[in-house]
Design a protein. Structure first.
Ligand SMILES: NC(=O)c1ccc[n+]([C@@H]2O[C@H](COP(=O)([O-])OP(=O)(O)OC[C@H]3O[C@@H](n4cnc5c(N)ncnc54)[C@H](OP(=O)(O)O)[C@@H]3O)[C@@H](O)[C@H]2O)c1
Length: 169
């Protein structure tokens, strides 16, 4: 089975993942969804996101994208490109590489992505770090799960799984 490259992100209604630093929502059910998707997986993260997530990794294999060949991550392994991450995950027999951001890494990985696992949060940020633009016609939604707002979730959200439409060879 060929490796599937999946991008997973929480994105505002106007297309942003962050105001600049950190995730701008507190959505326990979405964190649980992320944890379930990432369990035991090979992950690709940017150096900034990896630094923010240190202490979170347990059974994961983080690959950390950095242009600095001297960078030695405290957890995981540095890679210099998405292609290198992909080759390592493939060589390890993985069926999925899960790209966990941030914005720079989503942009670098988007051309190679097969699947987008997006939490669309019902809030507009008005600016910040963008998730790459994409055309829904090329990325049909395969799964949709709506979560209403409640006392633990100030914002309602919808989990949408898109898969890249393939043209016949
Ligand atoms: N809402 C969400 O789902 C979500 C998900 C993840 C992250 N975030 C937020 O996003 C923010 C970080 O995003 P960000 O865009 O500033 O940083 P980032 O993508 O996490 O990391 C940026 C770093 O990654 C390396 N890098 C990026 N592109 C590269 C490439 N093409 N080749 C080699 N190395 C590359 C560079 O490291 P070097 O400088 O070492 O070369 C760069 O400084 C965080 O604050 C985080 O909280 C939100």
């Amino acid at each position: 089975m060929p490796l599937v490259v999946s991008l997973i992100a929480a994105v505002s209604a106007d297309g942003y993942i962050s105001r600049g630093r950190g995730v701008p929502w507190d959505l326990p059910a979405d964190r649980e969804h992320f944890r379930a998707c990432a369990a035991g997986k090979w992950l690709l993260l940017g150096r900034t996101t990896h630094r923010e997530m240190l202490g979170w990794f347990t059974d994961h294999h983080p690959l950390v994208l950095s242009r600095d060949p001297a960078f030695l991550p405290a957890v995981g392994r540095r890679v210099g490109s998405v292609a290198e991450a992909r080759a390592l995950a493939e060589a390890a027999g993985q069926d999925e590489l899960l790209v966990c951001g941030g914005a720079q890494v989503y942009a670098a990985a988007m051309p190679e992505a097969d699947r987008l696992i997006l939490t669309r949060v019902d809030e507009r940020l008005g600016g910040g770090l963008p998730f790459p633009a994409f055309d829904e016609a090329d990325w049909p939604v395969r799964v949709r799960r709506r979560h209403a707002g409640d006392p633990q979730h100030l914002q309602a959200f919808e989990i949408r799984i898109h898969e890249r439409a393939r043209t016949a060879p």
